[in-house]
Structures are given as structure tokens and as C-alpha cells.
Design a protein around this ligand. Structure first.
Ligand code: DC
Length: 213
């Protein structure tokens, strides 16, 4: 049975990059739960289902079978907002809990670690995980990092818009009734506002080394 490392935190805190680095260092697979929310958001968008129409989203999710959507389609402003919006729907979360557990059970023969990345991995999905990391950074720092990333591909984006989107997603992710974003009591809290990615990665690695078999 693999050991689960949960990595939770808000939008733009560097979870994706850090989990990829951890995956390489530990030779461990990553369960990227945000990608599941985003894949559903993308399908809903394509089918022109209004994400505010809870009964329509719930009806869609009933027969939904998870299929990975190409990441090039998942990381746009529109999908950011739709995925955050639909993540408040409890029927949808229930289905995703099931999908997440079945992905982990398929990786059951892994002897080392599995990294589970998201918002509620340590609190709700894997409450018994061996190592729980909760990443945090100030909203303006996260917005600046995002801005520097996106202007490389889209020169028209404005910092203030990205900052406002981060605030909006924080509010939605932290205030929803079901599984709001918050650190598990037994998690390691890392504020990386003043750390670069390497420094944050080394901090996490140091924690993991204490547990390594
Ligand atoms: O991690 P991400 O930015 O790719 O996630 C996109 C959205 O999906 C996020 O704003 C809220 C939702 N989400 C969630 O509610 N719970 C998770 N475990 C992961 C993502």
C-alpha cells in the first residue's frame, strides 16, 4: 500500500510545479484533483450547460465517466472560473470523491508514495494520509507569479484582472459549504510568499525525508 502525501493550497501557490518536482524526486505518481474539476468544467462549457444551473450540472454528472482532457484546454480564465463555480455543488464533489479513490486504488501496487494535489486532499479525501502539506502565499504574490507566467503567452493580460480573479477564486474555494479550502489540523503549513520554488521544494523534501522508509 502506498503512502499518500497530500498537497493542498489556493490558486497560484505553486502546487502544480511543486508536485511535478516531487513526483520526479520521489518517483511517485501525482493525482491532480484540480484536473478532474477542470475536465468536467470543460465538458460543461462545451455542452453549453450553465454552471449556475445546479440541476443541469447534477444531471450531467450522474452518468459522467472520467476521461482526461488535454491540459492545453484546461488552463484558461474561463475554465478557472467554471471549475471553481461547479466545485461548490455537493453531488459533483461526491462523484469526484469516487473518481479520486478509484484512481488511487489503481495505483495500489506502488510501494512508495502517491502525491495527491488539490484543495481538500488532506481534510476530506485522504484524512489518513501520512504526510500533509498545506501551501500558502499572499494573494498579491500569487497574482504576480501568475501574471509573469501568462504574459509570456498572452501580452494583453493585466495584473489587476489576475489579482481580482485570484481573490474571487479564493473566496469561492474557502467559503463553500462542502469541503472548503482549509489546512488539515495535522498538516505542515508552508507560507511560500518569500520563498522561491527551489526553497519551497527543499522545505517539503526535508519534511518527507523524516518519514521515508
Ligand atoms: O487546483 P486547480 O486550480 O487546478 O483547481 C481548479 C478548481 O477546482 C479550483 O478553483 C476549485 C476546484 N477544486 C476543488 O474544489 N477541490 C480540489 N481538490 C481541487 C480543485
Amino acid at each position: 500500500m502506498p503512502n499518500i502525501i497530500t498537497v493542498d493550497g489556493p490558486a497560484g501557490v505553486g502546487k502544480g510545479t511543486l508536485c511535478k518536482m516531487l513526483s520526479t524526486a520521489l518517483n511517485a505518481p501525482v493525482l491532480n484533483s484540480g484536473e478532474i474539476y477542470r475536465s468536467i468544467a470543460y465538458n460543461i462549457y462545451k455542452l453549453k450547460i450553465n454552471p449556475k444551473h445546479i440541476s443541469k450540472v447534477t444531471a450531467y454528472i450522474k452518468n459522467y465517466k472520467y476521461e482526461k482532457v488535454s491540459s492545453s484546454k484546461l488552463y484558461s480564465k474561463k475554465i478557472d472560473l467554471i471549475s471553481s463555480e461547479i466545485s461548490t455543488i455537493s453531488e459533483l464533489r461526491k462523484k469526484i470523491v469516487y473518481i479520486q479513490h478509484s484512481i488511487i486504488s489503481k495505483n495500489n501496487d506502488t510501494n512508495g508514495f502517491i502525491i495527491a494535489e488539490g484543495r481538500d486532499m488532506g481534510t476530506k479525501i485522504f484524512p489518513k494520509a501520512q504526510i500533509k502539506i498545506f501551501l500558502w502565499a499572499k494573494a498579491n504574490v500569487r497574482a504576480k507569479r501568475r501574471y509573469l507566467q501568462v504574459i509570456k503567452v498572452n501580452k494583453t493580460r493585466v495584473y489587476e484582472d489576475i489579482f481580482n480573479e485570484i481573490i474571487l477564486r479564493d473566496m469561492s474555494d474557502m467559503s463553500r459549504k462542502t469541503a472548503p479550502l482549509c489546512p488539515a489540523e495535522d498538516s505542515y503549513l508552508i507560507d511560500n510568499s518569500n520563498l522561491d520554488i527551489e526553497q519551497c521544494f527543499n522545505k517539503i523534501l526535508k519534511i518527507i525525508k523524516k518519514y521515508k522508509k
